[in-house]
Design a protein around this ligand. Structure first.
Ligand code: HEM
Length: 414
């Protein structure tokens, strides 16, 4: 009997040792890995990466369950990976909650390859044609600001949360590019979309997404991550109905907005490209989400920052008044004469830290970074928080690589 128990224990220990994930040869170092769980218990919600770089350096590894992950810190190393070795690190992981809920359509989570290149080229060209990064965007921003000012004026003397107002304002600017129209702040459709986005952003950055990503066996269980699928489905129905409205009112060859451009592209006869109606639906949602949540959360942080530092607010106001000389609207050129306002905007972009772990990448081939070997298909986390807290670090907008329309929006607002 005693011998059987010992034998059983040895078998269990052996199985557990076999289940333990091991770092491949010359893989970046990291904390000890638990069988089955990996390093999941080492991560906390308040400070998920716990400053591991202090112990393991700028390139280290963790295990989400059995899945190896490489975390990259600091500007120099992130630049080496995402710019110098851009193609090696240009993939996107394909087995996360965010991939499953979007059914692998859209742009943001599409893996590196010809479809991604085709869709991204299309977005860059057509977003520019409809004003992104151009002065025509300024008119839309001025128009939208009128509605935010009205909303603020109605709230005088009452308590008021600016969260929805900023979400709606940012959403309306991107909606005008995508659908050629804005929505009233009380419009039920846009309220639903914004609510779904906000909820999904929370789920994607919370513990349930981490559990879903780490343990494939539990994915079909009715756990809270199912909500993310429901939200995407709700938004997909709304995007489809907007697309159908466009189909009925469009004049082929005379696009009014991004959706019309895409429908024109779908008309190309015998086209065997990655363009499809299903792809368009998720594409619209990707662009809307990418352009809404980031911008509105940055604006919210800006508001909070200025409320906390009234002397900074006052100095910004003085500079704006001096440069505008009585004009009631600022233009993008005016910001060149507002170095203090620009510095403040950069500072609250830094403090806002809107996308702290960027969007996850993956390696497209076996590669190396800082002398470590990283196999093809490894999930890569660029730790942007580490860049924003670095001495002498800086932040550029991913859309235009310099000062952007977001800055213009903020400059006009204040
Ligand atoms: C405060 C404003 C913004 C911030 C902080 C921000 C930040 C980011 C970051 C960190 C990434 C990941 C880049 C990477 O994969 O390495 C990203 C990707 C992306 N952003 Fe933004 N973004 C902002 C505004 C916008 C706007 C206004 C749009 C468009 C309407 C947009 C569309 C996208 C898209 C489409 C991608 C995915 C690109 C791809 O995978 O090819 N973003 N953004």
């Amino acid at each position: 009997m005693f011998a059987s128990i010992i034998l059983l224990l040895i078998c269990i220990v052996f199985i557990v040792i076999q289940l333990k994930s091991r770092r491949p040869k010359n893989f970046p170092p990291g904390p000890p890995v638990w069988p089955i769980l990996g390093n999941i218990l080492d991560l906390s919600l308040e400070n998920p990466l716990k400053d591991f770089e202090r112990t393991y350096g700028n390139v280290y590894s963790l295990f989400l369950g059995p899945k190896p992950v490489v975390v990259i810190n600091e500007m120099k190393t992130i630049k080496e990976a995402l710019v110098t070795k851009g193609v090696d690190f240009a993939g996107r992981p394909q087995d996360l909650l965010i991939n499953d809920s979007s059914e692998r359509e859209g742009l943001v989570m599409t893996d590196y390859g010809s479809s991604w290149k085709e869709q991204r080229r299309f977005a860059l060209m057509n977003l520019r044609n409809f004003g992104m990064g151009k002065d025509s965007m300024e008119e839309r921003i001025h128009g939208e600001i009128q509605y935010t000012v009205d909303t603020l004026e109605k709230s005088i003397g009452k308590s008021f949360s600016p969260q929805n107002m900023f979400h709606n304002a940012a959403s309306n600017i991107i909606c005008q590019v995508l659908f050629g129209k804005r929505f009233e702040y009380e419009d039920e459709t846009i309220k639903t979309v914004v609510q779904c986005f906000t909820e999904n952003a929370k789920i994607a950055n919370g513990p349930w997404a981490m559990i879903y990503d780490s343990f494939p066996l539990i994915r079909s269980l009715p756990l809270p991550f199912r909500r993310a699928f429901k939200n995407v489905e709700t938004c997909r129905k709304i995007a489809k109905s907007l697309m159908n409205e466009h189909k009925q009112t469009r004049v082929p060859g005379e696009p009014r907005d991004f959706v019309d451009c895409y429908l024109d592209r779908l008309d190309k006869p015998g086209d065997r490209s990655s363009f499809s109606e299903a792809q368009l639906t998720m594409y619209i949602l990707d662009l809307h989400f990418a352009g809404t949540d980031t911008t509105s959360n940055t604006l919210l942080t800006g508001f909070l920052y200025l409320m906390n530092y009234p002397h900074v607010q006052e100095r910004c106001q003085q500079e704006i008044d001096m440069v505008l000389e009585g004009k009631d609207q600022a233009s993008s050129e005016d910001r060149n004469n507002m170095p203090y306002v620009q510095a403040v905007i950069h500072e609250f972009q830094r403090v806002a830290n809107t996308v702290p772990l960027s969007i996850f990448h993956s390696t497209t081939k076996d590669t190396e970074l800082n002398g470590y070997s990283i196999p093809k298909g490894t999930l890569i986390i660029p730790n942007l928080t580490s860049v924003l807290n670095e001495e002498g670090g800086f932040r550029i907008c991913i859309i235009c690589n310099t000062g952007c329309w977001l800055e213009r929006l903020i400059a006009v607002l204040f």
